[in-house]
Design a protein around this ligand. Structure first.
Ligand code: URA
Length: 443
């Protein structure tokens, strides 16, 4: 096998054979293919695209480059299900969704990632819980999935290693934004979890990875078609990220928000719509409910009864976290030094009209600047910082409207976040029409 011949094939716009794709991915994994060759292939795919067959082969080859989990011998007694989100700000869905689905009889071995750019990462949120092990050994991971029905942990070196090397090269060669490459990258990792069903939350809007609607639809179509083609029941929802999904963003802050949601203390309406809809999709994909109505009712039941909260508590304690996190979250989650609201009057923005647009990416960057996200991969995180009480689109622009309560480590950081938020909020004389939270379902 000559990598340069495969690159030439793709460069000239011809489809790669199954053998060529498998050998190339093998070469990525065993390092017989150089970084330069990976870069050239990524750029050729970026420009020439891939057909459905090629995307499926690339996905499976990358999935099989490492360990593929097999749940059969554990006799779980229910379907193995997961969700993937393309990421956003205040997207704390996974923390509630996993426990909800577990309480409904599904099993969720969720392998999640760190924050990327302006978007938060589920893994960072769990790292904010004292004692919680995001890198347990396989035995503990499996035991948690079996006993709690859900385990949310970090990526391990054995899972789809070809993607790790491929992605690192794409990241530095302007080839991340390719639908076939994103499709294979996301699905290889998810399918290595040994799933029966999968739901995808593809975000669109100012805080989304795929900001434009048509691109989000294209990605959702590609993901659902490839995943179903390789035998995993998959659907996708296109959801709104033109404003933060929840009223808060930050690591410990979002854990607290998830606890409030699960225990019924507080539920942000938009966050609830998305979490509920994704849970319904998972129950249907897993055959746990037959109709949409049944699934919707089941989700409500496990929230009201506290069964979902119990699953969350069990997962946290089985993975080494505190046994009383739900009862006493303040004792186990870090608190920032300065917690102070930014009002519209403080911000200098017009004090009449309505909030009619939010640069959601900028809101995410405010959290990064506070120390709640990374600029480079090696940056340490401050789990305590972030934003709460975020004003949403449609809020009336009165002097005492709180744009956000800023949780900062210093007065300087607070001021800087305040300036970034002020830039992010647009006040208009006319109220913007109400925006849907879910635009479309696919698959
Ligand atoms: N997230 C991934 O995991 N892979 C991509 O290629 C893009 C986003």
């Amino acid at each position: 096998f000559l990598a340069q011949e495969a690159i030439r094939t793709k460069r000239d716009g011809k489809p790669l054979s199954e053998e060529q794709i498998q050998a190339f991915v093998q070469g990525i994994t065993d390092e017989s293919v150089s970084e330069g060759q990976i870069a050239a292939m990524a750029m050729a795919i970026y420009f020439q695209g891939m057909n459905e067959q090629e995307k499926a082969t690339l996905t499976l080859s990358m999935r099989d480059s490492g360990e593929v989990l097999n749940w059969q011998q554990l006799d779980l007694g229910g379907p193995v299900l997961d969700k993937h989100s393309t990421g956003g700000v205040g997207d704390v869905v996974s923390l509630m969704l996993g426990p909800i689905v577990a309480a409904c009889g599904g099993f969720v071995p969720m392998i999640s990632g760190r924050g990327l750019g302006h978007t938060g990462g589920t893994l960072d949120k769990f790292d904010a819980i004292n004692g919680y092990q995001t890198k347990p050994d396989n035995e503990r991971f499996a035991r948690t999935v079996k006993e709690a029905g859900v385990a949310i942990i970090g990526q391990t070196g054995q899972l789809a290693p070809a993607d790790q090397r491929f992605y690192a090269t794409r990241d530095i060669t302007a080839t991340v934004e390719s639908v076939p490459l994103i499709t294979a990258s996301i699905l290889a990792k998810k399918l290595a979890e040994g799933l029966d069903g999968l739901v995808l939350d593809v975000k669109t809007g100012s805080g989304a990875f795929m900001a434009e609607y048509e691109r989000a639809v294209e990605l959702a179509r590609s993901l659902t078609s490839v995943a179903n083609r390789v035998g995993v029941k998959t659907s996708a929802l296109i959801t709104d990220m033109n404003q933060p999904l929840a009223s808060a963003a930050g690591n410990a802050i979002e854990v607290k928000l998830a606890i409030d949601y699960l225990t019924g203390r507080h539920r942000d309406p938009r966050l609830h719509v998305v979490t509920h809809a994704l849970a319904v999709e998972m129950l249907l994909q897993g055959g746990l409910c037959r109709t949409h109505e049944q699934a919707a009712e089941r989700v409500e039941q496990v929230l009201v009864s506290g069964a979902a909260a119990e699953r969350f508590a069990k997962m946290v304690s089985l993975l080494g976290g505190p046994t009383d996190l739900l009862e006493r979250p303040e004792q186990h989650l870090a608190k920032a030094k300065i917690i102070k609201p930014l009002t519209l009057a403080d911000s200098g923005l017009p004090q009449q009209g309505w909030v009619n647009a939010i640069d959601t990416r900028a809101v995410g960057m405010a959290v990064v600047a506070l120390g709640g996200g990374r600029r480079i991969a090696s940056d340490p995180l401050n789990y305590a910082v972030g934003l709460t009480d975020l004003a949403g689109i449609g809020c009336k622009a009165e002097a005492d409207l709180v744009l956000a309560t800023i949780h900062a480590d210093s007065e300087d950081d607070w001021q800087q976040a305040a300036a970034t938020l002020t830039e992010a909020y647009r006040i208009g004389a006319e109220a913007a029409p109400e925006q849907p939270v879910i635009y479309e379902r696919m698959g």
